[in-house]
Design a protein around this ligand. Sequence first.
Ligand SMILES: [Mg+2]
Length: 392
Amino acid sequence: MKIESVDLFYLAMPEVTTEADGSQDALLVRVRSDNYEGWGECEAAPLASIAGYLGPMSHGICRPVCDSVLGSEVNDPKDIRRIGLEIEYNSMDLLQAPHVFSGIEMALWDLLGKQRDQPVWQLIGYHRTYPKLPYASMLFGDTAQETLEKSRAARSLGFQAVKFGWGPFGRGSIEADADQLQAAREGLGPEGLVCIDAGQIWGDDVEAAASRIPALEAIRAHWLEEPFHTGALQSYGALSGRSSKVRLAGGEGAHNFYMACHLIDYGKVDFIQIDCGRIGGIGPAKRVADFAASRGVTYVNHTFTSHLALSASLQPFSGLPEHRICEYPVAPKQLAVDITTNHLRPDNNGEIHLPDAAGLGMGVNIAGLSRYLLDVEIMVQGTMIYKTPSLE
Ligand SMILES: [Mg+2]
């Protein structure tokens, strides 16, 4: 199959706020070939990613991603990897390249799976999938009381694990953070898993992060996520030695395989969290899952948007039974809900299963998306290089 077209759709909620909620907009990708089509979703800022796909070449190794994609043959998983490697070389100076290719790469797996009538998890080498225990992923409330209510609500929905992140956490006093942590634990009850996401708030300040360890230990936090900037490996490594009980998690900021490996080897994280919409797609994420397993580190998806992105992000570790919990966006914006016609809901045991259907197993809700579609045109020297394509 030759890649005939790649269409990028910039979707957004009517109002986009400063809340750390990535489900407020989306860059949806459609790839077509031989009467088949595949769908994917980028995690990064839509307009910058569109420019990365088709902006004019800046120089020989700063070429738009489309140069390495359009017209390429995709008949085998190896072809998807080859296209990814071409982009890594041809667009090595274009930092947006892995972000936009992530959504295209997902769509290529979806396309290939549909053409072969196989689920993606089979194409990447698994013989079966194992259910995952979802943690309800939420932002901290503005107050501890609000966090308590959110945590209780997650418990009443049947969640056995929660994660709270961002919001006021790490911005005020140690006592205020301790109150937030207690609220998260109290709402879920004594049994469940409570994960905490600091959202990089401490930059590279090890002492600021370490001052929260007693409160994290007190609530038996399952992990402390992203205390630092993704690249602050020394800080991660230093903090990892400060508590035998609080384990570190990170990796959503990794936009290539090597960044994730470094976080494991030098940052000493116990959980590596990968977003397929950012790291270059499902193939690089599967490499990370294999590497993590070889190091005794637990692989976890990072997903805060649609169930198309969720299906993609569950594929790389779907065949690894010991890597048991998964991030589950519990309160995404309506746009993210409306992207797909089907959803990956917890079963009666509260577990999530990947579809056995071909490709990513998700239907895209064409009719429901037009109201979110932004009308965009990009002109260079009087020539239109991008115009919002039709969803039909
Ligand atoms: Mg996070």
